[in-house]
Design a protein around this ligand. Structure first.
Ligand code: 9D3
Length: 230
C-alpha cells in the first residue's frame, strides 16, 4: 500500500508514523508513507494556502488551487488509481469495517482539512471519500489522518507478526476484551482470579468469554447484542 498525506503541518506525522508497528511495516515494505507540505504547491512568494470566504464571515478557507496542484504532482508519481480522502468533521465516521475496506486499497491520498474549512470545490471535484474519526472537535485533520492510517496499516498482511492478534478481535466480534492478568499471582491483597491459575483451559476459555460479554453489556450497550452470542 502507498499512502500520501497532504498537510500544512507535515512535521506532525513523524512522531507517530516513524515509530513502533507502522515504522516496522514501512521497513518491511508493507506500506510506503509520504507526507507533503501543501505550501510546496503554492505559486506566490508568501506560500499562501488560504483566503477569505466569498460572501463574508469569520476565518479563512483553504484554497482549491494548492490542493489541486499537490494532487496532480502526487498522482504523477503513482501508476494506477488512487483514492483521495478528505479528513473532515463532516465525513463518514470511521469504524472497523470502513478501515478494513480501505486497507484493501493500493493507493490512498489523504488531505488534512483545517479549522478554517476547505473550499467546497475540493469535495466536489477532487475528493472520493470524506472521513471523520468521531463526534468531537479537533484543530485539524492531521491527528485524524494518523488514526486512519494506523487502523489500516495494522490490517495489511504480514504487519502483525502473530496471526492470533487479528483473530479474536474486540471490535470485529463486537466484543470488548476480557480482563487480563500477569505475574505475580498475588500482589498486596489483590489476587488473580482463581480460575486463571487452575490450569483448566476449558474453564478459562468460558470464563473469559463470559467476562467479555458482561463487560460489553455494561460498557457498550450500543453494540448489537445478537453478536454477543455467536
Ligand atoms: C465551525 C464548525 N466546525 C465544525 C465543527 C469547523 C471545524 C472544526 C474543526 C472544521 C474543522 C475542524 C478540524 N477538524 C478536522 O479537520 C477533522 C476532524 C474533527 O474535528 N473531528 C473528527 N474527525 C475529524 S477528521 C478531520
Amino acid at each position: 500500500m502507498r499512502v500520501d498525506i497532504i498537510s500544512i503541518f507535515p512535521k506532525m506525522f513523524s512522531a507517530v508514523l516513524d515509530e513502533s508497528i507502522i515504522k516496522r511495516a514501512q521497513l518491511k515494505g508493507k506500506v510506503k508513507i509520504f507526507t507533503h507540505d501543501l505550501r510546496d504547491y503554492t505559486l506566490d512568494k508568501h506560500r499562501k494556502v488560504d483566503d477569505r470566504p466569498f460572501g463574508g464571515g469569520a476565518g479563512m478557507v483553504i484554497q482549491v488551487e494548492p490542493i489541486f496542484r499537490a494532487l496532480q504532482a502526487i498522482k504523477r508519481k503513482i501508476k494506477g488509481k488512487s483514492k483521495v480522502i478528505l479528513l473532515s468533521p463532516q465525513g463518514k465516521r470511521l469504524d472497523q469495517a470502513y478501515a478494513k475496506k480501505l486497507s484493501g486499497c493500493r493507493n490512498l491520498i489523504f488531505i488534512c482539512g483545517h479549522y478554517e474549512g476547505v473550499d467546497e470545490r475540493v469535495r466536489q471535484h477532487l475528493v472520493d471519500e470524506e472521513i471523520s474519526i468521531g463526534d468531537y472537535v479537533l484543530t485539524g485533520g492531521e491527528l485524524a489522518a494518523m488514526v486512519v492510517v494506523d487502523s489500516l496499516v495494522r490490517l495489511l498482511p504480514g504487519v502483525l507478526g502473530d496471526k492470533n492478534s487479528l483473530n479474536f478481535e474486540s471490535f470485529e466480534g463486537n466484543l470488548l476484551e476480557y480482563p487480563q492478568y500477569s505475574r505475580p499471582a498475588k500482589f498486596k491483597n489483590w489476587p488473580v482470579p482463581e480460575v486463571l491459575v487452575s490450569g483448566d483451559h476449558d474453564k478459562i476459555s468460558s470464563w473469559r468469554k463470559q467476562e467479555a460479554i458482561k463487560r460489553t453489556k455494561e460498557r457498550r450497550p450500543d453494540l448489537p447484542p445478537h453478536q454477543l452470542y455467536p
